[in-house]
Ligand binder design. Structure first.
Ligand code: DQA
Length: 145
C-alpha cells in the first residue's frame, strides 16, 4: 500500500508561482492534505519534489521495487521528457498523471504529454484537489486486488 507522489520542476513554488493559474496553496499544504487522506485510505505515502530530471527518474526506479502505485505531476517535463516516459515504462503498477491546471486550455505546447503514453489515468484542471482524486483512485485499485 505504498504510493509515490512525485512533483517536477517549479512545483516547489506552488502558492507563489502564477497563483491565478495554480492557486494559493503551497506544496507543503498539498503534502499535509495528501498525507491526511493517505492515512484515511490506509496508504503509505512518499511525497517528493525535484527540479532535476535525474532525481525524478531515480525515484521512479526506487518506486519500481516497492510501490503499489505512482502519482506524478512532471511539470514542464511532461511535454519534453522521453527519459521520464522510459522510466515509467519500467513501472508495472498504476500510474496517474496529475496537472493542477487544465493543460488543454493553455498553450499548444502543453497539449502533448509524453507521460500520457504510459499513464493509466490523467487528471488536469482540478487544481491541487486532483492529487487527492488520484490517491482515491489508487486506493480503490489496490483494494480491489
Ligand atoms: C503543470 C502544467 C505544465 O504545463 C507546467 O509546465 C507545470 C505545471 C500543472 O500542474 O498544471 O509546471 O504540470
Amino acid at each position: 500500500r505504498l504510493v509515490f507522489l512525485i512533483n517536477g520542476p517549479n512545483l516547489n513554488l506552488l502558492g507563489k508561482r502564477q497563483p491565478h493559474i495554480y492557486g494559493d496553496e503551497t506544496l507543503a499544504d498539498v503534502e499535509r492534505e495528501c498525507g491526511k487522506l493517505a492515512e484515511e485510505l490506509r496508504l503509505e505515502l512518499r511525497f517528493h519534489q525535484s527540479n532535476r530530471e535525474y532525481e525524478i527518474i531515480d525515484w521512479i526506479h526506487e518506486a519500481r521495487e516497492i510501490a503499489g502505485g505512482l502519482i506524478i505531476n512532471p511539470g514542464a517535463f511532461t511535454h519534453t521528457s522521453v527519459a521520464i516516459l522510459d522510466a515509467l515504462n519500467t513501472f508495472d503498477n498504476p500510474v496517474f498523471e496529475c496537472h493542477i491546471s487544465n493543460v488543454h486550455k493553455r498553450e499548444a505546447f502543453r497539449h502533448h504529454s509524453y507521460v500520457s503514453l504510459r499513464a493509466d489515468g490523467v487528471i488536469a484542471g482540478f487544481g491541487t484537489h486532483g492529487y487527492q482524486l488520484c490517491l482515491r483512485s489508487i486506493a480503490r485499485i489496490i483494494d480491489s486486488r
